[in-house]
Write a protein that binds this ligand. Structure first.
Ligand code: NAD
Ligand code: DAU
Length: 377
């Protein structure tokens, strides 16, 4: 079946993996990557697919309703996978307005364009889909009732080397939203708008809430690529608080596979949590990163442990995230495929092998370019 799908935020970290998967797997689909190219958007992430005949890039702001609506009409778009967002919690603490604009108003603009265009067609919503990508952070923070760790209720391929949970409670789809940061508050608000468009207008929506992703092409402001780059350059590693906060990590290609499955087979108006039952304290991950980078660079393993520098904690820092993804496994058969330490090894290798990519996005030119854009928004 031929389809025309807009993927928003396709030049970012997760979006670029989703675009690559769809362009390669579905030669009959026309994939339109709509991205504003903020500091986080980088077309170098898509070099390997940019010449494919079923791929188009459109530089546009999702908040620009007229442009999005005209694009949908012109290209007869029948599916939307919406990833574009401001995604970094620390930035949201400094500049909440930008997060409200993009994550809330941008999502509303996408929803309204889809509604108006699809309602104008004879078949209306038949065969259409609006898929909104959200985060586990909307659920707030979980308690750490077992700081030493206990056996998790499920193990997956992702968690097979780890086997620890730090509390009995997990994020399930029916939990009430309790966002704490401006980022998660804006994402929560966008999730509510998506559900409101289903309930009010019948828009065929689906929402997923995923845990922390890691892998190639992540902007080096986020923990894993930032620390790999700093270890390589022997720069201090700024660990917030005591490094005891827990995150639940999933390899980005496993997330992209889940998005593919849910876009095609997820039920309308459903929510699915995505994660690999793979909880880690930050400090433990940081030690794995140091050992891995040291080994791959031929340094004595662990030689760079002294780069660990405890710094002032992030304001409102959520203590523990842990996703229960058993619904997705039960209903659609999704499971992660990559074990975490293998994924970390693969990821560290990628950043070390793609130093030019890292150097470009951390260079003065790139920084000036995005700082300028950031200031002018
Ligand atoms: P990212 O910051 O790497 O990429 C965001 C992309 O959106 C960039 O290409 C950027 O240019 C684009 N963008 C930003 N504002 C835009 C606008 N106004 N118009 C058009 N494009 C715009 O983000 P990511 O980490 O890849 O996250 C993608 C999505 O997945 C986000 O919605 C995020 O909330 C969600 N998510 C991320 C994670 C994670 O661990 N990174 C986990 C769960 C959910
Ligand atoms: O849970 C999903 C979320 O994961 C996504 O919705 C967000 O878009 C994504 O950025 C990520 O949010 P986090 O805040 O968890 O990711 P970050 O990489 O910024 O931080 C991971 C943990 O590491 C967190 O506990 C804060 C800590 N940290 C982070 C940085 C950047 C440090 O200790 N030092 C640092 O310098």
């Amino acid at each position: 079946m031929k389809r025309t799908i807009i993927i928003t935020g396709g030049a970012g970290f997760i979006g670029s993996h989703v675009v690559r998967l769809f362009v390669n797997k579905y030669p009959d689909y026309h994939i339109i990557n709509v991205d504003k190219l903020t500091y986080a958007g980088n077309l170098a992430n898509l070099k390997d697919v940019e010449d494919k005949p079923n791929y188009t890039f459109v530089k546009a702001d999702i908040c620009d309703f007229d442009t999005i609506y005209a694009l949908m009409q012109r290209e007869h778009v029948d599916g939307i996978i919406h990833l574009a967002a401001e995604s970094h919690v620390d930035r949201s603490i400094k500049d909440p307005f930008t997060f409200a604009r993009t994550n809330v108003m941008g999502t509303l603009s996408m929803l309204q364009a889809a509604k108006l265009y699809w309602e104008s067609l004879p078949e209306r919503y038949e065969g259409k889909r609006f898929y909104h990508i959200s985060t586990d952070e909307v659920y707030g923070a979980l308690e750490m009732t077992h700081p030493e760790g206990i056996e998790p209720p499920f193990t997956t391929k992702a968690s097979s080397g780890n086997h620890l949970a730090y509390g009995e409670a997990f994020f399930t789809e029916d939990l009430k939203y309790q966002p704490h940061s401006p980022y998660s508050a804006a994402k929560a608000s966008s999730d509510h708008f998506v559900r409101a468009y289903h309930d009010t207008y019948g828009l065929p929506t689906v929402v997923t809430n995923c845990s922390n992703n890691y892998g190639p092409y992540q902007f080096p402001e986020k923990l894993i690529p930032l620390f790999i780059n700093n270890i390589r350059n022997r720069k201090p590693l700024p660990v917030y608080g005591k490094g005891e906060n827990v995150r639940d990590w999933l390899y980005v290609e496993d997330h992209a596979r889940a998005i593919d499955l849910i876009f095609h087979e997820g039920a309308v108006n459903e929510t699915y949590n995505i994660g690999g039952f793979n909880e880690w304290k930050n400090i433990d991950i940081i030690r794995v990163l140091i050992r891995t980078v040291d080994r791959l660079l031929g340094r004595p393993e662990g030689a760079d442990m002294d780069l660990i520098t405890f710094v002032t904690d992030r304001a409102g820092h959520d203590l523990r995230y842990a996703i229960d993804s058993s619904k997705l496994q039960r209903e659609l058969g999704w499971e992660p495929t990559l074990q975490f330490e293998e994924g970390i090894e693969k990821t560290v290798r990628w950043y070390l092998d793609n130093q030019a990519w890292l150097d470009n996005v951390t260079s003065g030119d790139y920084q000036n370019y995005y700082e300028q854009m950031y200031k002018n928004r």
